[in-house]
Design a protein around this ligand. Sequence first.
Ligand SMILES: NC(=O)c1ccc[n+]([C@@H]2O[C@H](COP(=O)([O-])OP(=O)(O)OC[C@H]3O[C@@H](n4cnc5c(N)ncnc54)[C@H](OP(=O)(O)O)[C@@H]3O)[C@@H](O)[C@H]2O)c1
Length: 317
Amino acid sequence: MTTVAVAGGTGGVGKTLVETLEQQSKFRVIVLSRSESKENSATGTSGLYVQIDYNDVPGLTRQLEHHNIHTIISAIGLTSEETCNSQLNLIEAAEKSKVTERFIPSEYSFIQTADLLPIDSSIQFWLDAANKLKNSSLQYTRVIPGFFMDYWGMPHVKTNLQPYRFGIDISSRTAAIPGDGNDVICMTYTYDMAQYMIKALDLDEWPEFSIVVGDQITYNQILAIVETILGEKFQVTYDSVDQIAAGNVTNPPMPSDLGYSQEEITDATALVSRLTVNGVFELPKEDRLNSLFPDVHALTMSKLLEDSWGGTKIHLK
Ligand SMILES: NC(=O)c1ccc[n+]([C@@H]2O[C@H](COP(=O)([O-])OP(=O)(O)OC[C@H]3O[C@@H](n4cnc5c(N)ncnc54)[C@H](OP(=O)(O)O)[C@@H]3O)[C@@H](O)[C@H]2O)c1
């Protein structure tokens, strides 16, 4: 039985991967975490929980060998130099481990390339990991699902992601849309990405980029679908490309007690708006994993919106 470890398996994407992997009896699933196992498991799942120190590469290598970990899926939240270094150390330990052969770095977004660094400097975290893997003997693939659809189904959709609003806040019938609303955005539901990734574990060869797409849609189309579902018109503003370039963006209403300052929210809106109007979420149509695994029926945006909001007219203002 192949042992698959999920680093950061306690987080939003990681928990989803662990839950989905555990439904397959052919994998032994291990969660790698910096913390001690909480009572009844931090993930709420039955996977073996191993505490690790990302700063101790020899110790990490010993743990990988001791638990016979063949494949590592990283779902570390890459938000800082520190988290980036944790993942780089894990790659180094995996390269040194005699039993570890495959590594999926934490990415799960658009195709991050050096030419996009002026738009988003944090892309360097992803590039550093990809370069380290390229120069290793590990097999790797960078999983690219576009935007996670889950955000537009919150709070009704099943998801482990932290609540956040991008572009359209359906609860308050308000939209703050980047650009003219016609940029194409590829979107995938987290649990569907997990299904595709588990199927990809069986492939003998991995492509550099494993692209999966549940749907491709624009903000204007999402707005039209949800206005039809709810039978209500939204209050809509559009931020022009010039406004976005100047950082003068409109935040959609956010969930309460998010834990971020207004400045952090504006920075995040400005960043995602810049990325959106630069078209990064329109992913290549060729060589998507979807065509390899037609038995996975990924959720479309209209189905997610209908399932999440179809019965909510009466309950919301
Ligand atoms: N495309 C999209 O729409 C989208 C949306 C959300 C996320 N993502 C991507 O998905 C990936 C995972 O994001 P997430 O939101 O699931 O992350 P998250 O919940 O913020 O964090 C995941 C885990 O990272 C671990 N972690 C935190 N700091 C660490 C450190 N210094 N060193 C090592 N591990 C650390 C923690 O696990 P322990 O405390 O157990 O060690 C945490 O549970 C990221 O690459 C993110 O960019 C994409």
